[in-house]
Design a protein around this ligand. Structure first.
Ligand code: GLY
Length: 309
């Protein structure tokens, strides 16, 4: 394990409101890390401004993830990785801890902000998770405009795909650059959101943990909220996001829950990645087993987001 956890001292142990975002577990080169951290700080600040104005945790995590999806350095929305056909397929989920309402899309063709479509599914309430062509039809019915792989893929994502294709590689072992956010609002509600392009060279139709409630994304006011990043297949096998909220409900500090989750992931299924957590008291926690996981956080009383890799 390269790092069981990042030791992090938050501005306050308990907070009226708080938000933490991640820009994916992976191995960001040293000379690119500040650029990634800047993207994460912008997202945390956007979410924090929702919370500071008395907005809800669900609106805050959506806003933060929208900012990350629009930033092409992350593997979500614009800049998402390409599958083995050279196409973008997107996964996203959003969940609120008050009524356990959730909305998600998976294997979605290119749309600029999948988290907004996931939120539309949550608000619509008929179903939780829409896949593939059905997800596209749902999005169009809700007024979203389809984009294209050419419009949304970044040079870096295409270069990674070309490099993997040249060596005849399958899906890369993880999904670095997945984005997510968890928050607690001033009314004591929590929420989580996660969005990803998945893995470079994944097979068409492959779905990771991010859009699956309980696996990569979960929120329950009784415990807290979680957003994961890393090898999605491993997180799914352990329902790790839900496991963390159960531990927090039982009284575990989010920092201990994050550390324990990553240790469990590695021990039981050999998975790698990271996770961000907030509990019902507004305490934040995060851990990673990869070389980097870009993150930024801000709590009530902080002047600006803090960030790290
Ligand atoms: N954790 C994101 C994915 O595996 O797709």
């Amino acid at each position: 394990m390269s790092s069981a956890s990042i030791t992090f001292t938050w501005g306050s142990e308990e907070a009226l409101w708080g938000i933490v975002v991640h820009g994916g577990a992976g191995d960001v080169p040293a000379d690119a890390r500040e650029r990634h951290r800047a993207g994460a700080r912008a997202a945390a600040a956007a979410g924090a401004s929702v919370l500071a104005a008395g907005g809800s945790a669900i609106d805050a995590v959506q806003r933060a993830v929208e900012v990350l999806e629009d930033d092409p350095v992350f593997n979500a929305g614009t800049g998402a990785c390409l599958n083995s056909d050279g196409e973008i397929e997107l996964d996203a989920a959003i969940m609120e801890g008050d009524g356990l309402a959730a909305g998600a899309v998976c294997a979605l063709p290119p749309f600029r902000s999948p988290i907004r479509i996931a939120r539309a599914a949550l608000d619509d309430g008929a179903h939780v998770l829409y896949a593939g062509a059905g997800a596209e039809r749902f999005a169009v019915d809700k007024g979203f405009t389809r984009s294209s792989t050419a419009e949304m893929s970044s040079g870096a994502a295409r270069a990674r795909w070309e490099a993997a294709r040249l060596v005849g590689g399958g899906a890369s072992g993880w999904a670095g650059g997945t984005v997510g956010a968890v928050a607690r609002d001033a009314r004591g509600h929590v929420a989580a959101a996660t969005s990803t392009g998945g893995m470079t060279m994944k097979k068409p139709g492959r779905v990771g943990d991010s859009p699956v409630p309980g696996a990569g994304t979960y929120a329950d006011d009784a415990g807290g909220a979680a957003s994961a990043t890393g090898t999605g297949e491993s997180f799914m096998r352990l329902c790790l996001a839900k496991t963390c909220t159960d531990w927090m409900r039982a009284g575990m500090h989010p920092q201990d829950a994050a550390r324990s989750a990553l240790a469990l992931l590695q021990r039981r299924v050999g998975g790698e990645g990271g996770i961000i957590l907030v509990d019902r008291q507004g305490r934040l926690g995060l851990a990673r087993t990869t070389s980097t996981m870009t993150y930024a956080a801000m709590s009530c009383g902080d002047d600006a987001p803090v960030s790290g890799s």
